[in-house]
Design a protein around this ligand. Structure first.
Ligand code: C2E
Ligand code: MG
Ligand code: MG
Length: 727
């Protein structure tokens, strides 16, 4: 039968219908005459008849399909959506109304699927109205399309190789899709899922049935609904070809899944997006780790406050806001007073607890516009914004100090903690962050100098002092290396015989421009860094060398000893004992002739550790002198525990400025106490013979002071030993 007249744009079934209407024959003949698979359906979609081609194409025996709903040939997911509706065809029997070329998927008897195109039209045979459906296998056509996509337009002309390639590539693709570890989905133009792989099901916690035929909205985190839809719209419009975007899903168990979706579209030759392939990456853990890391990078782990990096960032932002709004701001640097003592006395655990509690108290008075930061150790920075006067910054400082008024208690420990605050006011013109914090630091240093619990506002003067202090430290480093530092020696006198029994080594700085810089100025500066260790070992070395050459001035008193002042840092330096051992060896000085001077406050920082060091020094036969006795706040019970060889009574008792009577009583009490404890009592700063007489009468054994001599260079000290100081 010749059907070649099917042309002029009409499809074959239309032509066939026209042909057979003109030449009524049996339906069977009609169907067999068609080049594609075809079936006659009644208005309910039930198959009345079909041709062998359709049976072959679908893998069903012909008889098995007769009498069954045509939808048996569709995969379940397409059963309602793709079949012809009555309203589309109408019920007139003219046979002219036709639905052409609808794409659908045929599900074969063995479950495999093939792409197909179909056309529907009405046909009346012997007064019975039928729908004739013609189904064409589109596998080859799809292969060409795919080959176009895959080879980017390079034509493949051998049909059999196309089919083979298609079969192979389809199998590869199916494996790659279904077995892929990455969650993947195919979706149609409306975002409805056509297929999902196992990994996607696992990621969403849903089965294939729950997903296919739906879009992702019902399990998208509410705030993220619309993200995918927007991407689909942009791809369909041709604005973009592909995209990679972040979005959160809700797992069926309620857990939030943070995902990164890569999507692209398969397009037809006209560039129309046919369907979408998305590959999803579950980045929940990755993101959580990144968030945690960025939190850690910007926060102090102990208190949870902002750290210096975050503070710097906020300060930069605050300053650009201030430039727009014309307001002021302030940086407050707060330092806890004597916090080291808490760590030393109660351990780091209590120290940490105290820091956390203080941070909490500070946070409670931190305004929402401001930033509180732990600067390190026991220092906090407070960034205040939107101020109009300097007084407002002072008010903030007072509020912060106010939180410390109430004592802190942990377990059995009750603590009082105070702090000092330096404030620097800034505006948009101010120097950079580093300098602002330096200025706040200079103001804080001044606050500390004034005593505990002070608030000091930065001024140009304070800045100048800080600069010269800084310069002095630099010069001091240089001085230590270039021989500008010297040790001078002040004689220690036996008050009964007036013989020189020893010397106190006192450091001197002969500055090329400033002249003699007193140790009260440079020792505290050096104590702020490791420089003090360098200075202290210089003092020890020089003093021990000098003392090793001293001979006895009086045969009754033996060779004179040397006393060397130790700072807190050096006394608690683990290298101290070995340094002394090494210097004893080097200088040949008898250990009994070395006495180390420590102040009460140095000795009492950590009493247990101090006693350990003392025991070590005792073992070496080195003596201890408790310097400036009476000025600290020591408990007398520690005096027995420390058991120093010498107690040096502070000059303020020897030459009292006020309340002479009370000082006299104290002086007497100290001398008596020392004598009772079998310690040698030494009075410092004796300038007059009446002071000497009083002390002698009180039974004070030793004395030191300008009455005899100030500290003098080593050679002069050596000369003193040969003559009487009364001369
Ligand atoms: P210090 O250990 O109490 O030393 C006694 C200070 O009193 C010395 O001051 C000394 O010159 C001064 N002095 C002695 N007799 C009299 C007197 O009769 N009248 C008056 N007005 N003053 C007298 P200097 O040498 O200025 O030392 C001050 C402080 O610097 C020392 O107090 C000590 O704490 C510290 N220092 C000195 N040298 C060193 C050192 O090598 N290492 C350490 N760590 N500290 C040192
Ligand atoms: Mg001293
Ligand atoms: Mg002293």
């Amino acid at each position: 039968m010749n059907l070649r007249f099917a042309r002029d744009g009409a499809n074959e079934s239309e032509c066939v219908v026209r042909y057979f209407e003109d030449h009524p024959v049996r339906a069977q003949n009609l169907l067999e005459a068609l080049p594609s698979g075809a079936a006659l359906l009644d208005d309910h979609g039930v198959i009345g008849d079909l041709n062998q081609r359709l049976a072959d194409m679908t893998g069903y025996p012909l008889e098995e399909l007769v009498g069954r709903d045509i939808q048996v040939l569709l995969p379940p997911r397409e059963r309602t959506t793709h079949f012809i509706t009555r309203s589309e065809l109408g019920d007139d029997s003219s046979g002219t109304q036709v639905v052409r070329d609808r794409d659908l998927t045929i599900r074969r008897r063995d479950g495999s699927e093939l792409p197909a195109g179909c056309a529907f039209s009405r046909l009346t045979i012997d007064d019975n109205s039928w729908i004739i459906v013609e189904i064409r296998d589109k596998t080859a056509q799809r292969a060409v399309q795919n080959a176009h996509i895959m080879t980017e337009g390079h034509a493949i002309d051998s049909e059999s190789s196309i089919a083979a390639a298609l079969a192979q590539s389809e199998q590869r693709f199916r494996l790659a899709f279904e077995g892929n570890m990455a969650p993947m989905v195919f979706s149609d133009q409306d975002g409805l899922f056509l297929a999902v792989n196992g990994a996607f099901c696992r990621m969403s916690g849903r089965s294939e049935e729950e997903l296919v035929g739906h879009d992702s909205q019902h399990f998208t985190y509410p705030e993220d609904i619309g993200i995918s839809e927007d991407v689909y719209r942009r791809i369909k419009s041709g604005e973009i070809d592909e995209d990679c975007y972040g979005k959160r899903f809700l797992h069926k168990n309620g857990r939030i899944v943070v995902a990164e979706v890569s999507i692209c579209a398969a397009r037809d030759q006209a560039g129309r997006a046919l369907y979408f392939i998305s590959s999803v990456r579950d980045i929940t853990d990755e993101r959580a780790l990144a968030d945690q890391l960025s939190y850690q990078a910007l926060h102090d782990p102990l208190t949870g406050l902002a750290n210096r990096a975050l503070f710097d960032d906020r300060l930069v932002q605050a300053r650009s806001r201030a430039a727009r709004e014309g307001k002021l701001g302030a940086v407050l640097l707060l330092d806890l007073d004597d916090f080291k003592g808490v760590n030393d006395a109660y351990g780091h655990l209590v120290g940490d607890q105290l820091l956390v509690t203080i941070a909490n108290r500070f946070e409670q008075v931190t305004r929402s516009s401001d930033t509180l930061c732990r600067f390190g150790g026991d220092e906090f920075l407070y960034l205040a914004e939107g101020l109009t006067t300097h007084a407002e910054a002072e008010l903030i400082a007072e509020r912060l100090l106010g939180t410390l008024v109430e004592p802190f208690s942990f377990d059995r420990v009750k603590l009082e903690q105070r702090a000092s605050i330096g404030i620097v006011i800034w505006d948009s013109e101010s120097p950079d962050n580093v300098e602002l914090v330096q200025n706040a630091d200079a103001a804080m240093y001044e606050a500390k100098r004034q005593g505990h619990g002070h608030i000091v506002m930065f001024t140009a003067n304070i800045g100048q002092e800080a600069v010269s202090r800084f310069a002095l430290v630099q010069e001091l480093r240089h001085a230590a290396a270039s021989g500008e530092l010297l040790m001078h020696y002040q004689p220690i006198i036996d008050l009964t015989t007036t013989a020189v029994v020893g010397f106190e080594a006192l450091m001197r700085w002969n500055h090329p421009e400033r002249g003699w810089v007193p140790p009260d100025v440079f020792i505290p500066l050096a104590e702020q860094s490791d420089l003090i260790l360098e200075l202290s070992s210089f003092a020890l070395t020089s003093a021990m060398t000098a003392a090793s050459s001293w001979e006895a001035s009086d045969p009754r008193s033996g060779r004179p000893y040397v006393t060397v002042n130790l700072s807190a840092r050096q006394f608690h330096d683990p290298g101290l004992v070995s340094l002394i051992e090494q210097e004893l060896e080097r200088s040949g000085l008898e250990p009994e002739r070395l006495i180390l001077e420590v102040t009460e406050s140095v000795a009492l920082v950590d009493i247990a550790e101090t006693i350990n060091v003392m025991e070590e020094l005792n073992r070496l036969k080195i003596g201890i002198a408790l310097d400036d006795f009476g000025t600290g706040y020591s408990s007398l019970s520690y005096l027995a525990a420390l058991n120093p060889r010498i107690i040096k009574i502070d000059q303020s008792f020897v030459r009292p400025k006020h309340d002479k009577e009370r000082s006299d009583t104290l002086l007497e009490a100290i001398v008596t106490l020392g004598n009772k404890l079998n310690m040698t009592v030494l009075a410092e700063g004796i300038e007059t013979s009446s002071q000497l007489d009083r002390l002698h009468n009180l039974d004070c054994e030793l004395g030191q002071g300008f009455l005899w001599s100030p500290a003098v260079p080593a050679e002069e000290a050596a000369r003193m030993l040969g003559r009487s100081l009364d001369d």
